[in-house]
Write a protein that binds this ligand. Structure first.
Ligand SMILES: [Ca+2]
Ligand SMILES: [Ca+2]
Length: 638
């Protein structure tokens, strides 16, 4: 039994050579490493790490692991040197690596010389090095690091009306589905005023800027809406005049950049509106609605999942067929043109699972060639996917590959666990801690997932934080009250405290935390469209003002501590109601103590001695610390 062999792992890092020396390309020589370039951001760097395995009579030994996207299926062959098998492997900079040895191409063994394990694999601690290799095409070290992103989703039509001359009214639309006047000038005004900077926001996600038709569409709920949300584009070369002019949009992007903010546009590439001239001119670029006598509408005639790449969302939204090369090229051309004329920094890709995979591959390839290669410093053009799936992390991950597909997705499975544990108090914090332990590194060291608690498809999260959640089902979308009996703002502090605790988790965890506009003040509302009420700028309750102050504080702390943005997490103690973890990056160590319970709790596991609570400006003493009901402490050694 080979597992009895003596194995050892050698971490080499003080001697990590810059590049070629000791890095055995072996079967991974084609992994895109560019040994001639060392100018790249941290997630794109590789350090040489030597793995060792004591030899007896093996024929072959490979090391396999999480050091590369395909590292579990394509191993690195080790070379025998006397009584030791050795392989020097380029591993991600600053990220722990799970690995195993594969002996004689048949027997998997962990490393008994290394007691650290995770998910049943041996775990090599994170290494850094002074000289590294870079992945080809990687962003410059000076480019914005998307791990530092705090996203704010601006629902343009509902945010701020700064120019009544562009306001639109679509005949026949119900009031809640009507354009309400918000525009790009309104967003620019808040940018210039520093609203986003004050919250610690570093990137804006804007609703789809493309022209939508001035007609009402009938929803599955029997209500008629305008295209105020932007998801029914009619002309991919034109911008939505109800939000302003091209100059207004360019001014918004420029104003954002001047304030250190990145900008993402929502991009709708699943369908066009049926009134689009391109649909009339090129019907063969779209999947047919006719499905052998029935209409292929998703969920009615066709299946959302098995036919999701061809079914129409409604009978007026023709679904692109990107297996037709001319259709794909037309769409990608216009996405690139939108980038060129606005200077935008990334796209949020709506319902990405509903388009043929060739579209995304084409978009990424052309962004690298035509945008990334021409900008200086060389940026990371961030592609954030929306795949509405709370269950399958493997499925979400299948779209994430920074070289060819997405940089990240919205972390739906994490949102479910956070909602159940911290907001709704349905499941214990031990469950959240266990989920997160396997989630922090799940999507790979280069992925930047967007972590979130609220969005525009679900009922406002403040209602899930009420003493009795407005919806008992954590999967509820709030549609039962979307148009009637709209919920009111809670008139007591506790829901705001619970929502603040959810933000504590998001702002002290890896990923790009998302603020859905209005959630920073606990804006009320049921499902779509009641979750898209006009932003509240005045008349905030004391509870709303308190919550906004908490979010701003969290934004400051996230900016101040690299450990909170890209540190390694370790659980120090966890109970049904409380969770204490540390976040560590180099010398920066931050301790987070969360109490989601409705009673004060004394948490354990913190360092002994004086600690400073930077979240509430208090001094406490470890290792046991009182955390009041529905609150948190964010602690550092003084
Ligand atoms: Ca307006
Ligand atoms: Ca329009």
């Amino acid at each position: 039994m080979r597992a009895t062999l003596l194995l050892s792992l050698l971490l080499c890092c003080s001697a990590c050579g810059p590049t070629s020396s000791g890095v055995d390309g072996g079967p991974d020589a084609g992994d895109g490493l560019d040994a001639g370039t060392t100018d790249c951001g941290e997630p794109f760097r590789r350090c040489a790490l030597e793995f060792r395995f004591r030899a007896i009579d093996e024929t072959t030994v490979e090391v396999r692991g999480s050091f590369r996207d395909d590292g579990w299926t394509q191993g690195v062959r080790m070379a025998r040197d006397g009584d030791t098998w050795k392989a020097s492997v380029p591993v991600p900079y600053g990220a722990a690596v799970e690995y195993k040895f594969l002996v004689n191409n048949s027997v998997w063994v962990t490393d008994p010389a290394n007691p650290k394990t995770r998910n049943g694999n041996s775990l090599a601690s994170a290494v850094t090095c002074n000289a590294w290799t870079c992945q080809a095409g990687a962003p410059s070290a000076q480019a914005f690091d998307w791990r530092d992103a705090v996203l704010y989703f601006v629902f343009v039509d509902r945010f701020l009306d700064a120019d009544s001359s562009n306001n639109c009214t679509v005949p026949g639309a119900d009031a809640a589905g009507q354009y309400q006047g918000g525009d790009w000038k309104g967003v620019t005004r808040r940018i210039d005023e520093g609203y986003f900077n004050a919250l610690g926001v570093t990137a804006l996600w804007l609703t789809v800027p493309l022209d939508n038709p001035a007609v009402a569409g009938l929803g599955k709920d029997g209500r008629r809406s305008s295209g105020y949300h932007g998801y029914w584009p009619v002309d991919l070369s034109a911008l939505e005049s109800c939000f302003g002019t091209e100059a207004d949009l360019k001014a918004l992007v420029d104003a954002a950049h001047a304030k250190g903010l990145q900008v993402l546009f929502d991009f709708a590439m699943v369908h066009l509106h049926s009134s689009a001239p391109v649909f009339q001119e090129h019907p063969q670029w779209f999947w047919p609605l006719d499905n052998g006598g029935t209409s292929c509408v998703c969920g009615s005639g066709c299946d959302w999942n098995s036919q999701g790449e061809r079914c129409w969302f409604t009978d007026y939204l023709p679904h692109w067929n990107y297996t037709v090369a001319a259709a794909r090229e037309y769409s990608v051309d216009r996405a690139l043109a939108l980038v060129a004329k606005t200077g935008v920094d990334g796209f949020r890709l709506d319902a990405i699972k509903h388009v043929d995979g060739s579209w995304l591959l084409s978009l990424r390839r052309r962004l690298q060639d035509e945008v990334v290669a021409t900008r200086s410093p060389r940026p990371r053009f961030y592609l954030l996917g929306e795949t509405y799936d709370f269950g399958s992390r493997d499925y979400l991950k299948s779209f994430v590959d920074v070289a060819t597909k997405l940089d990240g997705q919205f972390d739906f499975p994490l949102r479910l666990e956070l909602l159940k544990a911290v907001v709704m108090r349905q499941s214990p914090m031990t469950g959240l801690a266990a989920f997160v332990e396997s989630n922090d590194a799940f999507y790979g060291p280069q992925a930047v997932m967007s972590t979130w608690i609220g969005n525009h498809d679900l009922g406002r999260v403040i209602h899930m934080a009420e003493d009795t959640p407005l919806w008992a089902d954590p999967y509820a979308d709030g549609q039962d009250r979307a148009w009637v009996n709209p919920p009111a703002l809670p008139g007591y502090r506790r829901p705001f405290e619970r929502l603040a605790n959810a933000f504590v988790f998001l702002f002290t965890s890896p990923g790009a935390p998302l603020l859905y506009y209005g959630d920073e003040v606990g804006l009320p509302g049921a499902g779509d469209p009641d979750n898209r009420r006009a932003m509240a700028w005045t008349g905030l309750s004391a509870d709303q003002q308190w919550l906004k102050g908490r979010v701003a504080k969290l934004g400051q702390l996230r900016q101040a501590h690299p450990a909170l943005r890209h540190g390694q997490r370790a659980t120090l103690s966890v109970t049904g109601d409380t969770w204490v973890y540390s976040m560590t990056k180099g010398p920066d160590v931050v301790y987070v103590a969360l109490n989601r319970g409705d009673a004060d709790a004394t948490v354990t596991g913190l360092p002994t001695g004086a600690l400073r609570d930077e979240y509430s400006d208090a001094s406490v003493s470890g290792p046991a610390v009182l955390v009041p009901a529905r609150s948190a402490r964010i602690l550092v050694a003084p």
